[in-house]
Write a protein that binds this ligand. Structure first.
Ligand code: PMP
Length: 427
């Protein structure tokens, strides 16, 4: 790696913990130094040394129309010229709220925030306020941002109350989070049988993108919906990643499940800091100033972020947008699988809309335990070989990847060809 990147990383570590402002960026999982980027255009990013990469991270999901799309940039510039922030309502945020509620029939009302973490944290407070209950159910391997109640991982046994998986999270708080296995409907049923009258909410990534990619079993989501309804618990679909990424109707439309609350982020901000949570009117009316559950933000509904989001959401509503994006993402996955098979490498891949998972394992995993069986060392070698060849994948074996509308068929073919060369000699 060049001097410029190395010296920047060295300098970054002096005043920024780990040299990064969000941990996965640090390449700790794959080893080596993170790339510092200076520019993005379409499907490509360019690092500080001028090397270009086909980007399959897309800022971890938001950039569904590619980097610096001219319509998004123009919308941001126009909004910025009118004022960066008012701390007062604007017309554009009403437009965005209307659009989100129109695209998601489960959403009667929505509130805008500035990140996915804020969206999930607020949705959970709201669910607790609405139900008057404390207990939260989450699933191991699902990530919902870094608020205290959500930084909890499972103990090993069934119905084990969580221990904090981060320093600084009081055990007293973690004990209100019950961590279960994703795709295990029987276990969820048992949890409700034992604790049903105490459960305020179940929060889930309907397609998990934070333990690589795990697709849901339809019966699991159906059981979840039925159990929440039966026991008066709020079902929260965390669609921060899947929202407007797996399809225009999000995961809830794709799988035909209506959640009580939905959290959004990433795509709805088009690369600017923006999140949202919304859902059933009677629940949303519990939020201040209408109700007793407090939630606020100086920059919430920021006009520049809203402009980027509206421009992005306009582009993805074009006829055929998701058909084309899904076909490209599927082509990447099948191309990689075929290339690996030809060389006898144990590898699988799958796409859901514009997101995908890559696994160094013969078949796609369906559970957290199966994700852990993947050959992480092989992924790390693959990652670095592809990086050197100019293909930027997420720097961890446990993250989903993303394709944008800016990726051409030729881009996908180029990535598959580069991977094929590595599969032939996977060192
Ligand atoms: N929920 C999910 C499903 C996510 O993937 C993420 C971020 N990757 C978050 C919540 C948190 O969003 P943010 O990083 O914007 O706080």
């Amino acid at each position: 790696m060049s001097d410029r990147n190395s010296s920047l990383f060295e300098r970054a570590q002096r005043h920024i913990p780990g040299g990064v402002n969000s941990p996965v960026r640090a390449f700790r999982s794959v080893g080596g130094a993170p790339r510092f980027f200076k520019q993005g255009a379409g499907a490509c990013v360019t690092d500080v040394d001028g090397k270009s990469y086909l980007d399959y991270v897309g800022s971890w999901g938001p950039l569904i129309v590619g980097h610096a799309h001219p319509d998004v940039v123009a919308a941001v510039q126009a909004a910025a010229a009118q004022g960066l922030s008012f701390g007062a309502p604007t017309e554009a945020e009403v437009d965005l709220a209307d659009l989100l509620c129109q695209l998601l029939p489960s959403m009667d009302m929505v509130r805008l925030v500035s990140s996915g973490t804020e969206a999930t944290m607020s949705a959970i407070r709201l669910a607790r306020g609405f139900t008057g209950r404390d207990l939260l159910v989450k699933f191991e391997g699902c990530y919902h941002g870094h608020s205290d109640s959500l930084l909890v991982k499972a103990g090993s046994g069934l119905l084990t109350f969580g221990n904090p998986s981060s320093g600084g999270v009081p055990a007293d708080l973690a004990k209100h989070t019950l961590v279960l296995d994703f795709n295990n409907a029987a276990q969820l049923e048992q949890a409700f049988a034992e604790h049903g009258d105490k459960i305020a909410a179940v929060i889930v990534e309907p397609v998990v993108g934070n333990m690589n990619l795990i697709a849901p079993q339809q019966e699991f989501l159906q059981a979840m919906r039925a159990l929440c309804s039966k026991h008066g618990a709020v079902l929260i679909f965390d669609e921060v990643m899947t929202g407007f990424r797996v399809g225009l109707s999000c995961a809830q439309g794709r799988f035909g499940i209506t959640p009580d609350l939905t959290t959004l982020g990433k795509v709805i901000g088009g690369g600017m800091p923006l999140g949202a949570f919304g859902g059933r009117r009677e629940i949303m009316e519990q939020i201040a100033p209408l109700g007793p559950v407090y939630q606020a933000g100086t920059l919430s509904g920021n006009p520049v972020a809203v402009a980027a989001g509206l421009a992005t959401l306009k582009l993805i509503q074009a006829p055929g947008f998701f058909e084309t994006l899904s076909a490209k993402t599927a082509a990447l996955c099948s191309g990689l699988e075929n290339a690996a098979r030809q060389q006898g490498v144990a590898f699988s891949a799958q796409a859901v809309g514009g997101m995908f998972g890559l696994y160094f394992r013969a078949a796609c995993p369906q559970t957290y335990a199966e994700v852990l069986e993947c050959d992480k060392a092989a992924f790390n070698r693959f990652f670095h070989a592809m990086l050197t060849a100019g293909h930027y994948f997420a720097p961890s074996a446990y993250e989903a990847g993303f394709v944008s509308a800016a990726h051409s068929d030729a881009d996908i073919a180029e990535t598959v060809a580069a991977a094929g060369r590595w599969f032939a000699n996977p060192v």
